[in-house]
Design a protein around this ligand. Structure first.
Ligand code: ZN
Length: 196
């Protein structure tokens, strides 16, 4: 198990368009496993390769009982609209309402090298679209209105100094702490945010 450092806003790799994966290698399978470890340690529901400083076109998602590695993913169908208050593991403590498709179907390559399709609705749909944006160097703040984006950037101003070198290092035990907080603050709106 390896929990990797997470790149935060300002890190150039987050703005880079990723490179399609040519072959599913053991090294890529290891990266996928480490990305799952990192996402779970950070209590996120999705994580894309640039968020761990990599440029492979790959992300992981885990919503409810659906956990998937998406290699070279593309959205092949969309339906409806949904507004969700999104966060991002690369922009901690910053949130904003984004409108996305309510249902999406994605086609991707799995760790076995075989293509598959996955349909997601609500949070899983939001998560898939958020992670695929990462693979094109896009962040959820890019979808915010001018005023909301300014609000988000002001919030980030207060946060960014916590991440020297533009890296978020998860310490052992981090995964337990937010759970406790979330229970204690279950009535607070923060408890409903989803970090992706
Ligand atoms: Zn994100």
């Amino acid at each position: 198990m390896a929990v990797l450092p997470i790149t935060v806003l300002g890190s150039p790799v987050l703005r880079q368009v990723t490179t399609p994966v040519a072959e599913v290698t053991d090294e890529l399978r290891q990266l996928a496993a480490d990305m799952f470890d990192t996402m779970r340690a950070a209590e996120g529901v999705g994580l894309a390769a640039p968020q761990v400083g990599r440029t492979e076109r790959m992300c992981v998602v885990e919503v409810g009982d659906v956990a998937a590695v998406l290699i070279n993913p593309e959205i092949i169908a969309r339906e409806g609209k949904i507004k969700w208050e999104e966060g991002c593991l690369s922009i901690p403590e910053v949130f904003g309402w984004v409108e996305r498709s309510a249902v999406v179907k994605v086609r991707a390559i799995g760790l076995d090298g075989q293509p598959f399709e996955l349909e997601g609705r609500e949070l899983l749909a939001v998560c898939i679209q958020h992670e695929l944006d990462h693979l094109d160097g896009k962040l959820f703040i890019d979808h915010l209105s001018f005023l909301n984006r300014r609000k988000a950037m002001n919030a980030w101003e207060d946060e960014k100094d916590k991440y020297p070198g533009l890296l978020r290092i998860l310490k052992p035990g981090d995964s337990d702490e937010p759970k406790g907080r979330a229970v204690a603050a279950s009535d607070a709106p923060e408890a409903h945010h989803d970090a992706l």
